[in-house]
Write a protein that binds this ligand. Structure first.
Ligand code: EPZ
Length: 426
């Protein structure tokens, strides 16, 4: 297994291009299943999860080709086997996003239950409940969801659905299914994330009738069929936020080209009060910081909540800043039940953190010293990289296959900004 070897203490300077969003590209690849016509996606990031979704598409018979510069051509016309096998779904939960499109277009689908992951049990009961409200019969057996449209019916039917909680992929799955349903579907308690909005905009280009995306109430009027389209994947706000935190930690001055500051308000607000400058500039944003070593950073308490609140996917990356900033702070994780796995690894680097249920209490400033640490999930891995960039000495981050799921060559991008970081093949 590869690892990253990092020697800390170097500020970051220069310019980095933010890639397309993993959490937009994955549902948008699935949206191509809704039509037999060609779909082209631009700015698709080169990630392990995207490769996994590609493999899933091809197994089902979809023509899927991509170029090195992020251009993807899909054609689900030849799709012959609407089945998502466990071997692939267990490696990437987002595979469940094929369920809605396959059911809507083919009337049946067999999709493995994703199972849990490191950060939580992550059930899909809301996806199932919503599709059943639209007339699907879903039998769960042998670890698979066997879904079909009720006998005698040709299409799903529009429904008024209120999910028990805000669910990002739940909203995406139901929105995609509703585009081809007979009648109007209203999703109450819908997720407002920018990736949901970007998916809706792609579906509208395909001929879907959607209103209210970006609010908690999305209205979809079903149509008979959808046509192909071309769509550019929105920039990845979590990759951008990760780089903002890296510069905040090490100090420096970096331009994040294509980064969308308007998708990171909650994080940027906290960075400002921490003592970091983030400015909107032409086609991106600029971050400047004196770094933790300056003693000028002031720890910030926050709670993760659904968009537009502070994103759970940025919780670990910001916690590192609290470890090295002045003062005490509390971080409350309200979305997932086990998203503090980075804490024990940060403590090994010298951080002072106590966990009390959903709250992590940090006492700063701590002087981090390099050590060998282990990545446990995608964003925890990013947090350990940021810690290594400022820890004294060498930090080896192991099990970075987690990192490769969601970051497009992060060590190459960081090295170009002046970091002393290299990937060592095991
Ligand atoms: C999406 O996951 C993202 N993944 C996650 O990003 C992100 O952390 C999460 O949304 C929250 O923002 C993708 O978009 C591919 P949820 P998702 O359904 O949709 C509970 C990353 O690092 N829930 O919004 O799976 C669930 O357990 C990843 O890029 C149910 O109980 O998350 C959680 O507590 C990690 N039943 C809460 O809702 C359901 O049917 C929010 O989960 C669905 C969800």
């Amino acid at each position: 297994m590869d690892k990253l070897v990092i020697r800390g203490g170097r500020p970051l300077h220069g310019e980095v291009a933010i890639s397309g969003a993993k959490n937009a590209a994955l549902p948008e690849l699935c949206a191509a299943l809704l039509t037999a016509e060609p779909v082209t996606l631009r700015n698709v990031p080169q990630l392990k999860d995207v490769s996994t979704m590609f493999a899933l598409m091809r197994i089902m018979g979809v023509q899927a080709d991509r170029t090195a510069d992020g251009l993807v051509h899909l054609n689900a016309g030849p799709l012959h086997d609407p089945k998502a096998p466990y071997e692939l779904v267990k490696t990437m939960r987002a595979s469940v996003l094929v369920l809605g499109p396959l059911l809507a277009r083919f009337g049946h689908a067999v999709v493995s239950l994703p199972g849990g992951c490191g950060i939580g049990s992550r059930p899909v009961d809301q996806h199932i409940k919503g599709l059943q409200a639209m007339g699907a019969e879903i039998v769960v057996e042998h670890g698979y969801m066997n879904a079909k449209i009720a006998a005698g019916k040709k299409r799903l039917r529009g429904a008024h659905i209120t999910t028990d909680m805000v669910t990002v992929t739940g909203t995406e799955n139901l929105m995609m299914a509703a585009t081809l349903a007979d009648g109007v579907t209203v999703l109450e308690n819908a997720a407002q994330e920018p990736e949901v909005v970007d998916l809706a905009e792609m579906l509208i280009k395909m001929g879907a009738k959607i209103q209210g995306h970006g609010t908690h109430r999305i209205r979809i009027e079903g149509v008979d069929h959808l046509h192909g389209c071309e769509h550019q994947v929105v920039a990845d706000r979590i990759e951008a936020g990760t780089f903002l935190c890296a510069v905040a930690a090490t100090g420096g001055d970096v331009l994040l080209r294509f980064g969308r500051a308007d998708h990171l308000d909650a994080v940027i607000d906290k960075l400002h009060t921490l003592g970091v400058h983030v400015d909107v500039v032409k086609d991106g944003m600029r971050v400047r910081s004196d770094g933790a070593a300056s003693g000028e950073l002031r720890a910030q308490s926050f709670r993760t909540t659904e968009y537009p609140g502070f994103p759970t996917d940025m919780q670990a990356q910001f916690m590192v800043l609290n470890c090295v900033a002045q003062g005490a702070s509390k971080v409350t994780e309200t979305i997932f039940e086990n998203r503090f796995m980075h804490v024990n690894e940060l403590v090994r680097l010298g951080a002072r953190i106590q966990i009390d249920g959903k709250v992590a209490i940090t006492e700063g400033p701590a002087a981090l010293s390099g050590a060998t640490v282990m990545a446990t999930d995608l964003r925890a891995s990013a947090c350990l990289v940021i810690a290594g960039l400022m820890a004294e000495g060498q930090t080896d981050v192991e099990r970075i296959y987690h990192l490769d799921r969601g970051y497009d060559q992060i060590e190459v991008k960081l090295r170009a900004l002046g970091a002393d970081i290299e990937r060592v093949k095991a």
